[in-house]
Design a protein around this ligand. Structure first.
Ligand SMILES: NC(=O)C1=CN([C@@H]2O[C@H](COP(=O)(O)OP(=O)(O)OC[C@H]3O[C@@H](n4cnc5c(N)ncnc54)[C@H](O)[C@@H]3O)[C@@H](O)[C@H]2O)C=CC1
Ligand SMILES: O=C(O)CCC(=O)C(=O)O
Length: 444
């Protein structure tokens, strides 16, 4: 059995309770299977094991007081996956589904994503099974403060710089930052996604969604010599990534006709009213009220039905494994020709294989959604230099980084004679960079 196959078997056998992590690793291993690699040498250096197993897994108890003075307990995590290319970097997620498997897959993906950006960033992810739904602002503050009471020991501006993810936005980053500063008595860029009033970068809020659309722009130009204007776009989710993908797509002339949340989706043939969603989404489920306020719109109570709507472009921007084989088939049957992932691993392995087989242009998350972490790096640089760039400067840099990421994945896809396969292109290009960094740094 060759080295790659052996590692595939080991990963499947060693982590039976971590399906998302196994899924992400196998998807990467599949991408490098056909390469002309010196497997004997890679095996001798245990390169794959060292890329796959996180450098450090931290897990801790978070106790906090709810509004009824009841003590509540959650589990907090930080997976410091790789520091090969820079300080550990990646978001924090507050969501009831958070567990070791979710965060290990996210940290693994983040490591490859960050390598692909060409910037000096290692990979990490963290968070908690704390469910922010229905919690008061004070509860979110107390939870975040208690979370930081443990996390602060493991992070630092040159060590590990967390940011937001699902359930963690500017408000939560503020509470986390305030507590870190209180404990360490220092003002440094230890978190990104901060409010610009105390060191946040302009465009960080918009960056992942905008970056996704810049990536799609490159895909459309390169493969089809067209642009996004007049294309019908559906977007899953209605949070940070989904909203700003929607705004940028609309600005460039697309028709954003449907969006979703965890309860279902809304369809509005007149174009989704993004300002309405931005205002109402943080307060909870907006579907019924939206439909009442917008003539001609309708809603369903199944988020997956979003993918049953006829569209040109689908942008999954919600959560892992939301787009499965059945939905992929419906998208293809309805004439959708481009899928680009704003979320991390939103497409199941079977759905991804089907879309690629059918010749659908597919932008993998570790390339297409790298705009957020890229602007985080710009935030870190601004903090170190104690200055702030204008919105337009950062936005211009973001677009140029996204173009470069696309080109990296595309050039690699051409080199392996599969020009449409950005999944392999992105995985292989990131793998080469990580390998070079690993082999240069000795056995550590
Ligand atoms: N925030 C960032 O900068 C980045 C986020 N991502 C990824 O993008 C995705 C979304 O993250 P954010 O927008 O930051 O989170 P968010 O918390 O702002 O929004 C999440 C959205 O997903 C919706 N949702 C949850 N489960 C759903 C389901 N099963 N079907 C449909 N909608 C569902 C929620 O209702 C909410 O609208 C995640 O996969 C995250 O890892 C990726 C790169 C960077
Ligand atoms: O900005 C960051 O550090 C992380 C963003 C993130 O969590 C992601 O790219 O999935």
């Amino acid at each position: 059995m060759n080295y790659i196959k052996r590692i595939e078997e080991e990963v499947k056998n060693n982590y039976p309770n971590e399906p998302e992590y196994v899924q992400a690793v196998l998807s990467f291993l599949e991408s490098i299977e056909g390469l002309n690699l010196d497997l004997e040498q890679l095996e001798k250096m245990a390169v794959l094991e060292r890329l796959i197993i996180p450098e450090r897994v931290i897990s801790f108890r978070v106790s906090w007081l709810d509004d009824q003075n009841q003590v509540r307990v959650n589990t907090g995590y930080r997976i410091q996956h790789s520091s090969l290319i820079g300080p550990y970097k990646g978001g924090l997620r507050y969501h009831k589904t958070v567990n070791l498997s979710t965060l290990k897959f996210l940290a693994f993906e983040q490591t490859f994503k960050n390598a692909l950006t060409g910037l000096l960033l290692g990979g990490a992810k963290g968070g908690s099974d704390f469910d922010p739904k229905g919690k008061s602002d004070a509860e979110i503050m107390r939870f975040s403060q208690n979370f930081m009471l443990e996390l602060y020991r493991h992070i630092g501006e040159n060590t590990d710089v967390p940011a937001g993810d699902i359930g963690v936005g500017r408000r939560e980053i503020g509470y986390l930052y305030g507590m870190y500063k209180k404990i360490r008595n220092e003002s440094v860029g230890v978190l990104t996604g901060k409010h610009p009033a105390y060191g946040g970068s302009l465009v960080r809020t918009e960056a992942t969604g905008y970056g996704l659309v810049y990536f799609v722009k490159e895909m459309l130009k390169t493969y089809l010599d067209t642009d996004i204007s007049h294309k019908d776009v559906i977007i899953s989710g209605s949070g940070n990534v989904a909203l700003y993908a929607g705004y940028k797509a609309k600005e460039l002339g697309a028709n954003v006709i449907a969006m979703s949340n965890s309860k279902g989706h809304i369809y509005d043939p007149n174009g989704i009213d993004l300002d309405y969603i931005k205002e109402h989404q943080p307060k909870g489920d907006f579907r019924e009220a939206y439909v009442k306020a917008h003539e001609g719109s309708s809603y369903s109570s199944d988020p997956k039905e979003l993918y049953h709507i006829k569209c040109d472009i689908a942008l999954p921007c919600a959560i892992q494994n939301e787009l499965d084989l059945n939905e992929a088939k419906i998208l293809v049957d309805n004439g959708c020709f481009l899928v680009a992932e704003g979320a991390n691993m939103p497409t199941t392995s079977k759905a991804k294989a089907y879309l690629l087989k059918k010749g659908i242009l597919f932008g993998p998350g570790k390339a297409a959604n790298a705009g957020g972490v890229s602007v985080s790096l710009l935030e870190m640089s601004q903090n170190k230099q104690h200055y702030m760039q204008t919105f337009d400067d950062v936005d211009e840099k973001l677009e140029s980084i996204m173009k470069n990421i696309f080109n990296q994945a595309y050039e690699q896809a051409i080199l392996i004679n599969e020009p449409n396969n950005l999944v392999k292109g992105a995985n292989i290009r990131a793998f080469y960079r990580l390998c070079e960094a690993m082999l240069s740094q000795g056995v550590i």
